[in-house]
Design a protein around this ligand. Structure first.
Ligand SMILES: Nc1ncnc2c1ncn2[C@@H]1O[C@H](COP(=O)(O)OP(=O)(O)OP(=O)(O)O)[C@@H](O)[C@H]1O
Ligand SMILES: [Mg+2]
Length: 235
């Protein structure tokens, strides 16, 4: 089997230095994610989940090891190429929705397209389409403060989607939501995966992790298990 890889991570290590103290957040992580796969990453608080997501998303650089996104070694890209790749290939969804408080849902979703330099009309059309995709067609002029938590997270998903990324990285996207709003977010992510988008989802919650086809468990910066739901592929 030679499936194409969306993400490949090789012996990834991340050490943070804080006040002269060394914190080994990732201690040698190796795995890959095929295109179109839906993987969840779980593990206790402090096990390195968010650190891993930041490195996958090229928001931070590893201390050592490699991250390949769609076959490209991110260490070999210039800052400009990295930013372009991030903008084109990756959509982020965070636990704290990270919306601009003074901008409408529509403007928040248009934002990544402004960075891309698209004309206003095109931006608006694409943003409206993304908002429609997450079921918020009737809320486009609302400010974040005028939306429920679940709706705010759906705006954040629309913002992640609007650039048509091949990969979505979601770090505890349901962490601030009640079960019903959380289920709606998970349904949207599942639909996006069915359309072919590769998804990596970080969660504490067992039931959330079971949305994926595969669960990677971290402990103290290492992978302790990696299994397809039903069968172990950990060696
Ligand atoms: N910027 C930083 N500077 C120093 N240490 C950090 C930094 N970010 C994270 N750490 C440390 O690295 C370790 C891994 O943190 P990380 O945020 O990846 O954990 P996590 O698995 O996402 O936890 P949680 O479930 O609580 O979100 C922790 O011990 C944390 O204290
Ligand atoms: Mg975290």
């Amino acid at each position: 089997m030679n499936e194409e890889k969306a993400i490949e991570v090789i012996d990834l290590k991340k050490i943070y230095y804080l006040d002269g103290v060394e914190i080994q957040a990732l201690r040698g992580i190796t795995f890959s994610v095929n295109k179109g796969e839906y993987v969840s990453v779980t593990g206790p608080s402090g096990s390195g989940k968010s650190t891993l997501m930041h490195l996958l998303g090229c928001l931070d650089k590893p201390t050592s090891g490699q991250v390949l996104i769609n076959g490209r070694n991110t260490a070999e890209l210039s800052d400009g190429e990295l930013a372009a790749m991030r903008n084109k290939e990756i959509g982020f969804v965070f636990q704290a929705f990270n919306l601009l408080p003074r901008a409408t849902a529509l403007k928040n979703v248009e934002l990544p397209l402004i960075y891309k330099g698209l004309p206003a009309k095109k931006r608006r059309d694409l943003a409206l389409k993304a908002l429609e995709e997450v079921g918020l067609k009737d809320r486009v002029y609302h400010l974040p403060s005028q939306l429920s938590g679940g709706q705010q997270q759906r705006v954040a998903i629309a913002r992640a989607l609007v650039t048509n990324p091949s990969i979505i990285l979601a770090d505890e996207p349901t962490g601030n939501l009640d079960t019903s709003a959380g289920s709606e977010i998970l349904r949207i992510l599942r639909d996006l995966n069915r359309k072919g988008i590769t998804i990596v989802l970080v969660t504490h919650e067992e039931y959330v992790s079971r949305q994926a086809q595969r669960i990677i468990k971290l402990l103290d910066g290492k992978i302790i298990s990696d299994e397809k739901i039903g069968t172990s592929i950990f060696s």
